[in-house]
Ligand binder design. Sequence first.
Ligand code: ZN
Length: 250
Amino acid sequence: MRYAILSDIHANLEALSAALDHLAGERIDTYLCAGDTVGYGADPSACLARLQQLNAVCVAGNHEWGCIGKLDLQWFTDAARQALEWTRDQLSFTDLEILRRMPLTMEAGPCTLVHGTLRRPERFEYLTDLAQAVEMAMRQRTMFGICGHTHAPCLIEYDAGHRKLGRILMDEADVRDVRLSPEPGLRYVINPGSVGQPRDGDPRASVAILDAEAQTLSIRRVPYPVAAAQRKIREAGLPEFLAERLALGR
Ligand code: ZN
């Protein structure tokens, strides 16, 4: 089984389309999405539709919860709140129903999906330190734990049997065809980075490919027409900052 792992698409249809074009040549069986499909960008409805067409397994992120009123908008920055209010008005009843049906966590084969961390999925905590990664790994009932939310790719290996950390790859350049060890006690925490709003200084869309049989993981960066996505954000009257940051990857 080959999995495409996406996260934090943030209504950026140009980035999502480029990522999916790239993945089309990769013999993907199942598409996984770790949340924040909407919010910030100008094409929330079209991005949801693309994932629906692919039968993607999707969990809810904080932006989905913001849209459907499960998370108070006071928890968001001004730019995010403005974008969410705009997004809500763009979505059809069907779109909103899709968001309502997204669970906070989901198991798919050897993968557990969550937007923040498994400790308290409804809090949308940012997984930013190793203690959180260990806790996430210990809560996984599957070998792979997939999260998003930080918009920065990483791969962390934890040996649950011996209670010790293995490889810690925070630089996406190191996560190219990484061979994963099939030992039963091993757990992996994977963040594929963000498709639609990378924040690691590289503006290209970020996606991961997990091959569960060959036991390999690769993070790929895919260029896309950033200027077109920026233009749509400006035309929609969304905060200028949301357009600017796409070019910076910040
Ligand atoms: Zn996000």
